[in-house]
Write a new protein. Structure first.
Length: 414
């Protein structure tokens, strides 16, 4: 099985797929799956663009809308996690994952999916210590604080991922596991990105929860992006196994944004299609009632009995077609180049209110769980975290990511 890995997409799907098809022709090969490591920017229209956390001058529609509307079709199955530049209103519709467009699958805020026998896990967003223990209180239209905090990872998702016991082949995150630089060519990295030196020396570059996941799950491969540079490492585990880590650049000419990984695959059963994962569905079913939808942190009151949920899910998936993810459903009008561009109010990020995505409704109904993602979050309008309205001290910035009134800093962080 040949898997192509791409760093930060930044909405330029046409260029990514074009590079992929060129690679297939030059190397006379066939790519079975494309993995994108965040900043995917699944922007369907101008409303979604207003939910993108970046200076207004960098907001671009990109080409995802063409794949969403059916004007174009992804040439190979594609799976991605979210980063810190996303249409957060759309991804919230698919909190547990789903098709953002035909043949393009979002892993959710955290998730595990199978593809042709390969087990792929992922964590969306980036780490910020001040928001880590908060619940998911953000709702569209996002205010100036929420448009930034909505993509900060939460302890709830990390705790769920740490419950995984079955082997994981590939794990995807946007930011790097903290400390991974010690297991690759650190000096070469620092010669290319000298502004990383202080964070590397202080062991603060990257995400501590991601490193905890890496140490616990011990995936064969871990792919990341975010820092706009290529970096490889091999992380050894106490049991003698290793995790091969690879971070890639953003999609730009003459940048290392794409690499093919050959997983072999002679012993990989099943067709090359996405299938729901039994263990992850069991974890989802056990933890969903405790999903924190206010500022209050996650609290389940003790250990949850996952085995009973695993048995229940096993019976569910034994039914015909139950292991297939729900079908793609369009929930917003796609961009139409022939229509006059709508005017938006800068302080109202995206359309008002939450849209229920039929994919999420179908999944929750199958698991006999209540739909609660449109419950109002604590705080609401006017309860702004003042720290989040400024440049985030825990986020590493690139020159193209910084507000116009902020000092220049080429420290990475798309």
């Amino acid at each position: 099985m040949k898997i192509a890995v791409e760093g930060c997409a930044h909405g330029d799907l046409e260029s990514i797929y074009s590079a992929l098809q060129h690679l297939e022709q030059v190397q006379n090969t066939k790519i079975d799956l494309l993995i994108c490591c965040g900043d995917f920017q699944a922007i369907r229209n101008e409303d979604d663009m207003e939910c993108l956390s970046c200076p207004a001058k960098y907001r671009e529609l990109g080409s995802f809308w063409k794949y969403y509307s059916g004007v174009e079709k992804a040439p190979c199955p594609t799976v991605f996690v979210g980063g810190n530049h996303e249409a957060s209103n759309y991804l919230w519709e698919l909190y547990y994952g789903g098709w953002t467009a035909p043949n393009i699958y979002f892993l959710g805020f955290a998730g595990v999916i199978k593809f042709g026998g390969v087990r792929i896990g992922g964590l969306s967003g980036i780490y910020k210590s001040n928001d880590y223990r908060s619940g998911h209180f953000e709702r569209p239209p996002y205010d100036r604080s929420e448009i930034r905090s909505v993509y900060h990872i939460r302890e709830y998702e990390v705790k769920k991922l740490l419950q995984i016991k079955d082997p994981v082949d590939i794990f995807i995150s946007h930011d790097w596991p903290c400390g991974i630089t010690e297991y690759g060519n650190k000096e070469r990295l620092l010669s290319h990105k000298p502004n990383f030196r202080d964070e590397v020396q202080q062991n603060s570059l990257g995400s501590r929860p991601a490193m905890e996941i890496l140490r616990t799950l011990k995936p064969s491969y871990w792919f990341s992006a975010h820092l706009h540079t290529k970096f490889a490492a091999v992380f050894p585990h106490e049991d003698g196994s290793v995790t091969k880590f690879l971070a890639l650049d953003k999609c730009l000419p003459r940048r290392d944004f794409l690499q093919v990984v050959d997983l072999g695959g002679a012993d990989r059963p099943g067709p090359l299609e996405f299938r729901l994962d039994e263990e992850w569905l069991a974890i989802t079913r056990a933890y969903h009632p405790f999903l924190p939808l206010t500022r209050s942190p996650f609290n389940c009151g003790g250990d949850l009995s996952l085995e009973l949920h695993r048995q229940w899910v096993g019976k569910l998936l034994a039914e015909e077609k139950k292991a297939v993810p729900p079908s793609f459903a369009m929930t917003a009008k796609p961009h139409n180049p022939g229509e006059r561009k709508q005017q938006h109010v800068a302080t109202a990020a995206g359309h008002a209110g939450h849209i229920r995505n039929p994919q999420t409704e179908t999944l929750l109904a199958a698991l006999e769980l209540n739909y609660n993602f449109d419950l109002p979050g604590a705080g609401g309008r006017g309860s702004v975290n003042q720290e989040s309205t400024c440049i985030d001290p825990d986020e590493i910035q690139l020159e193209e990511d910084i507000d116009e009134d902020a000092p220049p800093d080429d420290n990475g962080g798309g």
